[in-house]
Every structure is written in C-alpha cells, then in structure tokens.
Design a protein around this ligand. Structure first.
Ligand SMILES: Nc1nc2c(ncn2[C@@H]2O[C@H](COP(=O)(O)OP(=O)(O)OP(=O)(O)O)[C@@H](O)[C@H]2O)c(=O)[nH]1
Ligand SMILES: [Mg+2]
Length: 426
C-alpha cells in the first residue's frame, strides 16, 4: 500500500530561494544557487526565478521573515509556480508552516531535492534500498496532513482517499515498519558485499572519489575501457563499479568508480550509502577527482574531505586529480591552481590527456606500499611456488640442488601473509 514514488518535479515550475546571512556575500549565495539550479534541472523541473533574501536571524516558523514568506507565496502564485526550493535546510515545522499558509504550494529544501534525484537515479537493489531508507527517514518527521494530502495529489505516499490525522498515524506506523525492514535488507546486502570484498583483499585497491559531475566515470572509462554511465548531470552514478586495471606485467590494481559527493549531502543519505562507500573505505589509494574548470574547486575539495572523514576514509593516501584541463585556456590559471593542490596531476579524462602520468603516479604509490622479501622453498612446495608466481612479482629466481631461492615483491599485506607461511630470511 505504501508505495512511494518520487515527488513529481518533472516539468514543474520552481522558485529557488537562497539567503544571505551575516558574514556571507551575495556572490557565494549566487554560486550556491547556481548549483541548486543544476540540481533542479537534474530533477527535471524548470527554474522560473531565483530569490535572494538577506536575513539577520532565522525565523523559527518560516526561515525567512513572515512578511517575506507571504510575499514569496504571492510571487509563486503569480508565476504559476507549484514548488519552492530552499537552498537552506528547513526544519520539519517550517515546511509544515509553508504548507499551512499556502494553498497548494509544495516546499522542498536542498536535502529533499537531493533525495528526490537519488530516488530517480537508483537502479540496483543496493542503491534503491539505500535511497528508500534515507527518503523515509527524511519523510517521517515531515509527514503532515497537508503533506500527505499533497503527496496524494502528486502520486506519492498515501495514495488513498480520506486522509485524516488517524491516517497519518497509520502512515507513520507503516513507514517505521518499512524502515526496519530496509535496515534488515541492508545488513544482508552488506554481508554479500563483504564476501566479495574478501576475495579482493590481496589486491591494491584504488578508488575514484569526487564531487558529482567532476568526471570520475569518464576517467574510469578512459583507464579501464569499461562502459559506465557518463552524463552531464548530477548524480549520474549511484552504484560502485569495480574493474581490474593492469598497467604492466607486475602492476595491476582494482579500480572503483562510485557515487559523487555534494555540498550539504544529507547525513542520513551518507549513512545509508555505507555499503556502497565501503569500497572507498577499504581502498589503498584514493584518486580525488576535481573539476579544475570550476570556480568552487577549493570548496569541492573541502566537501570531499569532510565526507571522507565522516565515513572513516580520511587516513587513506590521496592523489589529487585535476580534471577537465581542456576547458582552461590560460596557463597562468593552471599554474595558480597547481600551487594550491600539492601532489596533483592535471588531466583531461575526456581527451585522454596525461593519463600516462597519472598511471605513473599510481605505480609510484603502489611501490611505496610494496615490500621485497627473499624466500627459500623446497621443490616439494610446488603449489606455493605457483601461487607466489601468480600473485607476486618475482625479481630473482635461482634453482639450487634442494631449494629454489626467490626475491619476491608485492603489496605489504600479501607479503606479510606469505612470510608467515614461509621459512624466510631478511
Ligand atoms: N571538457 C571536459 N568534460 C569532461 C571531462 N571529463 C568529463 N567530462 C564531462 O563531464 C560530465 C560529467 O562526467 P561524468 O564522468 O559522468 O562525471 P562523474 O564525476 O562520474 O559524475 P557523477 O557520476 O554524476 O557523480 C560529462 O558531460 C562528461 O563528458 C574532461 O576531461 N573535459
Ligand atoms: Mg559517475
């Protein structure tokens, strides 16, 4: 019964609202709104106008002042706008109040919009379950009579007639039950992922991480040749794809492409995407993909680092990969950004520019993580010899009367595993 489709923003007219609070400037707010406009666009709606309001303090019931809120509603009505989208996070009470004071306006905040896009783009069992959980957790405290009423009109939650307070209680109960079930499903999905992950334990794992639309999937395709979904929209990728990538006979890695990040990514979304982001947490090296042509490149890198911290991946070594250099014509600009990002490689994933330099850097980092070990094996240990040759690089090999001497090299953790099984020296 409780089948909740995404709120239909498709082709709807939308007003976007940003606020300038003490210490902020209009330019920054406009940049935030540019991004919000892209989000609205990705959700399939059209921006009819943008409103920037200066506020000295947040109004508990309407966020902006009450008078301004009424003006906003009138303006929306005049423009035939059905949905207001705030860049700021609204409390459930503020959303409810807007529903109370307007006849049929729908109010969304940035988190609600991001969730809506995730809901549209989720395809796999894993991402659908994760998004559904985050969405219901977001919806639960915001469920009001008016909301359910609107949802009914818009084909969302509670598609039955005769909504009343009791009906909301019923819906709340149904949502809670569904949340419990989704959490259980995610535990199962996580277990399945762990089994797959165990098999990859011995490999050097590299993750592409970055702001949404920075070009992670384009780089993934350029490096691995795999056909992944690439699109000039936000959150084109929601699932993690892992592929084997071989640089030469002795260096290969597992490369993963995953969901992108954004400023103010809803917390419960990050939490419910735990299993998708596990690949990042378990990686040996992170390639932080940044769009060098974006004026917000520094902010983007801060956002990414914050998310990495919140998922416990902030101690993993990072290479900054500054992508889309083909969009910049001024050399001075490139030099300036290069100075700000130490340890960075400037590439164009689309034009395949400087990919070999990037590969060289990955190999260098692998080497740093590598260890060399001298081992002696008897001829009776044929299976072990074969396993070593399959998994590790053999630098030297000498056959003596009763033993084989080898100098082997590989990922520190694998070497450790072998050395505990072998009679070794050095
Ligand atoms: N000019 C230029 N465009 C690029 C480059 N790399 C990617 N793009 C474009 O940027 C857009 C986003 O690329 P994606 O690879 O889908 O970006 P992503 O980081 O995977 O994005 P999400 O999956 O949405 O987080 C697409 O239109 C790409 O064609 C590049 O080096 N130069
Ligand atoms: Mg992608």
């Amino acid at each position: 019964m409780l089948e909740n489709e995404a709120i239909s923003l498709e082709k709807e007219k939308v007003l976007i609202i940003g606020t300038i609070r003490p210490g902020m400037n209009e330019r920054t707010v406009n940049e935030y709104l540019d991004e919000l406009e892209l989000l609205v666009d990705t959700a399939g709606a059209n921006v009819s106008g943008r409103i920037i309001q200066k506020i000295s303090k947040i109004n508990a019931s309407t966020f902006i002042g009450k008078g301004k809120a009424n003006q906003l509603i009138n303006q929306a009505t005049d423009l035939g706008v059905k949905i207001l989208v705030f860049d700021d996070e609204l409390t459930p009470a503020q959303i409810k109040n807007y529903h109370k004071i307007s006849d049929n306006l729908k109010v969304l905040d940035r988190s609600g919009l991001i969730l809506d896009i995730f809901k549209r783009h989720a395809r796999s069992k894993e991402s659908t379950t994760q998004v559904e959980l985050a969405y219901l957790e977001y919806l639960l405290p915001r469920l009001t009579r008016q909301w359910t009423h609107l949802e009914r009109q818009m084909g969302g939650i509670g598609t039955r007639a005769g909504m009343g307070e009791t009906q909301i209680e019923v819906d709340r109960r149904l949502i809670r039950t569904k949340i419990t079930k989704l959490k259980k499903d995610l535990v199962r999905i996580e277990k399945e992922r762990e089994i797959k992950s165990m098999r990859r334990k011995s490999e050097f794992r590299v993750s592409l991480v970055g702001y949404t639309n920075a070009g992670k999937s384009t780089l993934f395709k350029a490096l691995t040749g795999s056909e992944v979904f690439i699109k000039n929209q936000l959150f084109a990728t929601l699932d993690t794809t892992v592929r084997h990538l071989s640089f030469d006979s002795s260096h290969s890695v597992l490369l993963s492409d995953t969901v992108g990040f954004i400023r103010k990514l809803p917390h419960n979304l990050v939490a419910s995407f735990k299993s998708t982001l596990k690949e990042v947490v378990e990686s040996d090296l992170i390639l932080m993909v940044l769009d060098i042509s974006s004026e917000q490149i520094k902010d983007h890198s801060v956002v990414i680092q914050d998310v990495l911290k919140s998922i416990g991946a902030d101690k993993i070594p990072i290479i900054n990969v500054l992508n889309k250099v083909d969009l910049i014509s001024e050399n001075a600009m490139i030099e300036k950004i290069k100075k700000e990002f130490s340890d960075s490689i400037i590439i164009s994933a689309q034009r395949h520019l400087r990919l070999s330099q990037l590969k060289g850097q990955i190999i260098k980092r692998m080497e740093e993580n590598y260890q060399t070990l001298d081992v002696e094996l008897s001829y009776s240990q044929g299976k072990m010899i074969a396993k070593i040759k399959n998994t590790l690089e053999v630098l030297e090999e000498t056959y003596e009367e009763n033993i084989v001497k080898m100098k082997i090299r590989g990922n520190r953790s694998i070497i450790k595993e072998f050395s505990s099984k072998l009679n070794s020296f050095e």
